[in-house]
Design a protein around this ligand. Structure first.
Ligand code: SIN
Length: 292
């Protein structure tokens, strides 16, 4: 029987007594889906997964994304991406700066993302404390806490999301190895619009679906007003009471709901403090088949 311990913070729960290397039963699938809706972020500690098993487990929840940048993939398994600052023969073996700003994965895509599944293999530590935590913020709570007049004003509006915004922001960071996106890569991911308040398909509740990483414009407002309201929303959605910080341990599988949360990978470790994580990104095609 699965054992669930809520974090007691703005979101997050620890889920024990389940081996993710084994086929997932229909009952456990339903339980995990419900927990993702309720807690937003789930940590499954002490897992031992091959890349194939990580892919197989993740595939239970929807189609897997192959990243548009097409780099740092597990050989033969392009759905498994390597997030790491490690180098071999001076060359990076993973995407070293993945997710290092607040964002929601794949909000720039017509088909949005449901869940990310990350498997922590090497976690940097200093003085016994884990580094490279992943932080989350709860977008259901952020929606509920909005001023009522703003909720009413924005209801039915849409936000434009652009993959290039995050990419360019990362390129500006010191030491970035990211090349500008090619014309072909940009064409593969043109900016897309989504409702500013999304009805969450698991909980049926409204969530704020805008994030500093990719959101560039509220389509229905003049540019200046859109900029002002987006700046307000970006500050509003990061209030401490909405937040949870995951401190990694080797063997953790961390799974989160991208529709109801935003996240940020904290870059507080140095190049000689290795972090090595494998990731699958699961699309929300189970919930929004019409967007496929
Ligand atoms: C991500 O944004 O998917 C990466 C998060 C992390 O590496 O902690």
């Amino acid at each position: 029987m699965i054992n669930v311990t809520p974090s007691g913070q703005g979101l997050g729960a620890r889920v024990e007594n389940i081996d993710l290397s084994q086929p997932l039963s229909a009952e456990n699938y339903k339980t995990i889906e419900g927990l993702l809706g309720k807690y937003g972020v789930l940590c499954f500690p002490k897992q031992q997964l091959s890349s194939q098993q990580l892919k197989d487990y993740s595939s239970n929840f929807g189609s897997l994304e192959i990243n548009v940048a097409n780099v740092y993939q597990e050989p033969g398994l392009p759905e498994v991406m390597i997030l790491s600052n490690k180098k071999v023969d001076g060359k990076p073996i993973g995407l070293g700066d993945a997710g290092q700003d607040w964002h929601t994965d794949m909000s720039y895509s017509k088909m949005i993302a449901f869940t990310n599944v990350l498997y922590g293999i090497e976690i940097p530590r200093r003085n016994g404390e884990p580094l490279g935590s992943t932080e989350f913020s709860n977008m259901r709570a952020a929606y509920l806490a909005l001023p009522e007049d703003l909720k009413t004003k924005l209801d039915g509006m849409t936000v434009l999301h652009d993959f290039n915004k995050f990419w360019e922001n990362m390129r500006k960071q010191p030491g970035s190895t990211r090349a500008p996106l090619t014309e072909e890569q940009r064409k593969a991911k043109p900016p897309v619009s989504h409702p500013i308040f999304l009805t969450h398909p698991i909980t049926g509740e409204k969530v704020l679906y805008a994030n500093p990483g990719y959101s560039i414009r509220i389509n229905e407002l003049p540019e200046e007003e859109s900029d002002r309201i987006l700046a307000f929303l970006f500050e509003h959605q990061l209030q401490p009471q909405f937040r949870y910080r995951h401190r990694w341990t080797e063997g953790d599988v961390l799974m989160w709901d991208n529709m109801g949360t935003i996240h940020n990978a904290i870059a507080d470790y140095k190049p000689d403090e290795p972090r090595y994580i494998k990731r699958c990104q699961v699309m929300a095609d189970r919930y929004f088949p019409q967007a496929a």
